[in-house]
Design a protein around this ligand. Structure first.
Ligand code: BYC
Length: 320
């Protein structure tokens, strides 16, 4: 009985210290004691974020061989390489919480871990590469700037670097769209078609409305999320509508209008049936994305085995 009481007391003390830290706005670091729910919440979110970065390389990789100039190809290659790097920082941040890379990949392959809905749509034309950079990276920046102040130290620090690279990505996408809008009628139509297809899925990247978001309660309480899904979506809409106007693109939402009372753009309804279809594995490219990831992971097994053999050899040498 006494031992149970002692354990309860220690648990209550840990919770009190943790909550005080969160309330003061201090970062939680890997060696700090933290509630199990906080650890699990972060493992889920950070690993899903990492998977999104890596799976996101697929739709863009599809256009490396078809980029319209050497300059465009170099920029696209650099961008895709950055996304791979973001995945690696994020897997490392998640590993500090006590899960291994292998476990995270196994959860992805079994369908238990999600990745961003946006990467289950196909890239049909070069303008889609512009739309991804401008809208998808644009949406990612809005979310990630907010996450720079997330309460978990390693996640917050990874975000600082990632945001710097994402702003270059957003600009390269906007440049592609701006260039096409100054081009031929066919190019302008291609750019408009891309925004017609990518606009609504980009809004879905922020997740369900706050009233339908089961994870938000804990995330806000623990300061993992510093802004809610709807707040960030609104921020993205407000800044993107103006960018579209500057280059002559039309946002495909007939209900979109500036609300003078709030100072924000009101928008039409989002198709949440489509969102849930996609996150439950039935989007246009879910199967293709997962099949490709599994194949490449399997094909790369020899690289992981060689790296491990090299590590063991070095360890042995250092002991001699
Ligand atoms: N897609 O309670 P909610 C990039 C899930 S990559 C799929 O609101 P939460 C880039 C959610 O996981 C950008 N699933 O959850 C890369 C939950 O399901 P589980 C990726 C989604 O976590 C390459 C359920 O729906 N960014 O930038 O509070 C090239 C209920 O949702 C989505 C991040 O990952 C979605 N869109 O909020 C270019 C940012 N939305 O897990 C660009 C970090 C919701 O309970 N993540 N779900 O089974 C976050 O900020 C938050 O996790 C979310 C969702 C805002 C995404």
């Amino acid at each position: 009985m006494e031992m149970v009481e002692k354990a309860d007391h220690a648990q209550a003390e840990m919770l009190k210290n943790f909550e005080e830290k969160i309330n003061r706005g201090d970062a939680i670091e890997p060696k700090d004691r933290m509630p199990d729910g906080y650890r699990k919440h972060l493992i889920r979110q950070i690993s899903q974020h990492a998977h999104s970065e890596v799976i996101g390389m697929q739709p863009e990789g599809n256009w490396i061989t078809r980029a319209p100039s050497l300059r465009a190809k170099q920029i696209l290659l650099a961008k895709i390489q950055d996304e791979g790097g973001h995945g690696l920082y994020l897997y490392s941040a998640a590993e500090t919480l006590g899960i291994s890379r292998d476990e995270m990949i196994a959860l992805l392959h079994s369908g238990k871990a999600k990745y961003s809905s946006i990467f289950n749509y196909p890239t049909l034309t070069w303008a889609d590469i512009g739309a991804i950079g401008w809208l998808v990276d644009g949406a990612a920046i809005v979310n990630q700037v907010s996450l720079q102040r997330t309460s978990y130290g390693p996640y917050s620090r990874a975000m600082v670097r990632i945001c710097k690279e994402e702003s270059f990505h957003q600009r390269q996408g906007y440049e592609i769209m701006a260039k096409m809008m100054k081009g031929t009628i066919d190019q302008q139509e291609m750019a408009q078609d891309a925004i017609n297809r990518w606009w609504w899925p980009s809004l879905m990247m922020f997740g369900p409305h706050d009233s339908e978001s089961p994870r938000s309660g804990d995330a806000v309480k623990w300061k993992i999320k510093r802004h809610t899904n709807d707040e960030l979506r609104q921020k993205f809409i407000d800044k993107t509508v103006q960018q579209a106007e500057v280059i002559g693109l039309t946002i495909p939402d007939k209900d979109l209008k500036c609300n003078e009372a709030t100072g924000h753009y009101d928008h039409g309804p989002i198709d949440w049936d489509e969102f849930y279809r996609v996150i439950n594995g039935n989007g246009p490219c879910n199967k293709q994305r997962m099949d490709h990831h599994k194949k490449v992971h399997q094909d790369g097994a020899w690289v992981r085995a060689a790296a491990e053999a090299y590590r063991q050899k070095k360890e042995k040498q250092s002991l001699n």
